[in-house]
Design a protein around this ligand. Structure first.
Ligand code: ADP
Ligand code: MG
Length: 700
């Protein structure tokens, strides 16, 4: 067989790349690398720059420099103030040594095993006759990085994710050969004129420079190109969807007259915050524009989004339309219904609840009322409402997203016969960068303030027996004073084999009930029957239960102002944003909230992550930290859809590329240039990738 049996050289099985062969091809298959294309797109994770290494003798003060060496000694000790100092001694050869020092990062000790080869980068200073790096950036090396014959003298070494049986230098050799022999066949969907105008290298050249970088600048420019492409295509898809919406986007004009405004405000026992007023102004403007609203209302937990949503819905009702509020869970739908019911106590607005637990007869009646327009304000779970519900005259749809849904579900509600105004509420602090992507086609209203009197929840990470006991004692004392507590577990069921493994809520419930004989202890989790769950929640809300052992089902929206205590077990198993949401549950009343994060994990980043929660109440910052550590799919909870379209980008690092891609994509679509034949290939690619996912019109 020869290479030319394949029409497209990129389809050539990877075994025919120089230096691969059938055995390595089998190993590569474990990495899902089967063709030359797969191998070329196996982009390096990062790059090692060995071009400018210093020997300790050549170091100077106050300039950033890099040294290479082998870790020969590590120790960690406590200062009298209780901080840890970790120090590592690096053997740089020729009898020269440097030291790296870290404060309050005890986990560094486990990461710097003796015998490992590393680079330290930082500004060194002389200390006790030796060069010392304070908190240097560390890069871990393979023992033989740069030593194999082909790599000798090559200063820039890409680094790949590997599989067992393939060494780093072998991977480098294979990708180098693939790049040299095949990269030029990679087609470029971005037209040459556009590339030149935007100083983008050719894609084939970029792929080559990623695997075989000529200079650091060439590598960076290649990386920029690949990231740009990825983000650009996604933003083009968003721009196309937005255009499709705008195109057919007439919506009813609803005017919130002064009288309507006053009537709505009177329903609330408090003044709106500035943030609420500003968001309401945005919405009022949208509702009277004649174009359908597509707005994202983003604010931290407890900021009072529901108030804003209710306002928008009541404007619709006042103008003779129906409004709907969709919640992500049954529990939340119930809670919203209760809240709204209370607000509307003295009003004639007809509201109905539509959830999965209605009896068939109830359901029939409700659907009928919605069809005839008799039901003015409908609250339910999104799944239920999207199925077979026909509105007589839907004016405003609110989606309480709580970041549980992806992009896709959203499209449907606005594609019915009517063009309702759509408001998406997201309770979670999504960093600006994510906001631009996941919700990139929505207008944004951001509320950064909180209703007055909110207290910051005191948050402590608790490790070890004695502190744990102290935390329990504290909780007991508070319970005795009349407060209530949540105990949150990562699992529903079970005792794990290992003693320190996570335990299920059922086991914890039994133990806590035994340990707190003077208090009523309830259990709630997602595998319980809905009605059962609602009964338990009601009892907790009414104060009959003092302690509620639960899973994360309480994460969203549950509102019990007297519950001010929370213990999270195995806290490191939760996402940071999730924990932040959870503790939002205990920031609601007039008593100080206390959140104890129990964690015995010795994983290096566990302490670091939980520390973010101790040190800040800023949900945006927390989401950023979470995002850096876990990647976007996990943070958004979209991983299960497999739809996070950003495989290579680290958004916190590459925020400016994202901004650029977004600007360029929207301007390309708005100018009409994207519809010219020059961009046909790129458009085809965008539709292939995102068309179905985002419900884009196939003609673009
Ligand atoms: P979110 O949905 O943003 O987490 P909610 O809308 O559920 O927040 O509001 C949280 C709590 O704050 C509710 O109990 C609500 O009644 C109260 N609240 C909302 N807005 C105000 C305000 N302007 N002044 C006082 N309390 C408010
Ligand atoms: Mg809410």
């Amino acid at each position: 067989m020869t290479l030319t049996t394949h029409d497209n050289p990129l389809d050539t099985p990877v075994q025919f790349v120089r230096g691969v062969g059938p055995q390595r091809a089998e190993l590569l298959a474990k990495l899902d690398i089967r063709t030359v294309r797969d191998l070329l797109w196996r982009l390096p994770r990062d790059i090692l720059d060995l071009t400018d290494l210093k020997q300790p003798d050549d170091l100077v003060e106050k300039v950033e420099q890099t040294v290479r060496g082998e870790v020969v000694d590590v120790d960690a000790r406590q200062t009298s103030g209780g901080k840890t100092i970790t120090a590592a001694l690096l053997d740089c050869g020729k009898g020269e040594y440097v030291r790296g020092v870290w404060f309050s990062q005890p986990w560094m000790r486990k990461r710097l095993l003796t015998g490992t080869s590393v680079l330290f980068t930082g500004k060194p200073k002389r200390h006790q006759g030796r060069w010392e790096f304070n908190h240097p950036r560390v890069q871990w090396l393979e023992q033989d990085d740069g030593d194999s014959p082909a790599e000798k003298g090559a200063g820039l070494l890409p680094r790949y994710g590997l599989t067992e049986g393939i060494r780093m230098h072998e991977m480098r050799r294979m990708t180098r050969h693939a790049a040299e022999d095949f990269a030029e066949n990679i087609p470029d969907a971005i037209p040459a004129s556009y590339r030149e105008a935007h100083q983008l290298p050719k894609l084939s050249e970029a792929i080559k420079q990623l695997h075989v970088p000529r200079t650091m600048e060439a590598y960076e420019s290649a990386r920029h190109r690949v990231l740009f492409d990825d983000l650009f295509e996604f933003q083009l898809a968003l721009a196309l969807r937005r255009r499709a919406w705008k195109h057919d986007d007439e919506a009813s004009v609803m005017i919130a007259t002064a009288k309507i405004d006053a009537r709505i405000r009177r329903l609330f026992p408090f003044r709106f915050t500035e943030g609420q007023d500003a968001a309401i102004r945005d919405i009022v403007r949208d509702l009277q524009s004649g174009e359908a609203m597509h707005r994202l209302l983003q604010a931290d937990v407890g900021a009072g989004k529901t108030v804003v949503a209710v306002y928008a819905m009541l404007v619709a009702v006042a103008c003779g339309y129906q409004a709907v509020l969709m919640a992500p869970t049954e529990l939340l739908a119930l809670q919203h219904f209760d809240t709204i019911d209370t607000i509307l106590k003295r009003s004639r607005v007809k509201r109905s609840l539509l959830t999965g637990s209605l009896s068939p007869a109830q359901r029939r009646n409700t659907l009928e009322a919605i069809r005839t327009g008799d039901a003015e304000l409908v609250i339910g779970t999104q799944a239920v409402i999207q199925k077979d519900v026909e509105f007589a005259k839907l004016g405003v749809a609110v989606i309480d997203e709580q970041h549980k849904f992806g992009v896709m579900q959203r499209a449907h509600i606005s594609s019915g016969d009517h063009n309702p105004h759509v408001l998406v509420m997201t309770a979670t602090p999504i960093p600006r960068s994510l906001c631009l992507t996941q919700f990139g086609d929505l207008d944004l209203s951001l509320m950064t303030d909180q209703p007055p009197g909110r207290q910051r929840v005191v948050t402590c990470r608790i490790t070890g027996d004695a502190p744990r006991q102290k935390a329990w004692d504290f909780v007991k004392k508070q319970l005795a004073e009349g407060r209530q507590a949540y105990i949150v577990c990562p699992l529903v069921k079970g005792e794990t084999a290992s003693d320190d493994g996570p335990r299920g809520a059922d086991v914890i419930h039994e133990r806590v009930a035994k340990a707190l004989p003077d208090f009523e202890v309830g259990l709630v989790h997602g595998q319980m029957d809905r009605k059962e769950r609602a009964v338990v929640m009601d009892r907790f809300r009414d104060g009959e239960l003092h302690v509620l052992v639960s899973t994360t089902v309480i994460e969203v929206g549950v509102d019990v102002p007297n519950a001010t205590l929370m213990i999270v077990l195995d806290a490191e198993r939760f996402g940071l944003s999730q924990l932040h949401q959870l503790r939002g549950r205990i920031a609601r009343g007039s008593y100080q909230g206390y959140c104890f994060l129990f964690s015995e994990s010795s994983a290096p980043d566990a302490a670091q992550r939980l520390h973010a929660l101790e040190s800040t109440a800023d949900g945006f910052r927390i989401a950023e930290v979470d995002f850096e550590i876990r990647g976007p799919g996990d943070v958004l909870g979209t991983r299960q859809h497999g739809d996070m379209p950003l495989p290579v980008a680290s958004l916190t690092r590459d925020i400016n590329i994202l901004d650029e891609a977004r600007r360029e994509a929207f301007s390309l679509v708005d100018s009409g240039d994207f519809d010219t034949p020059e961009f046909a290939a790129l458009k085809r690619q965008v539709l292939e990738r995102f068309g179905r996912l985002m419900d884009l019109p196939q003609s673009g």
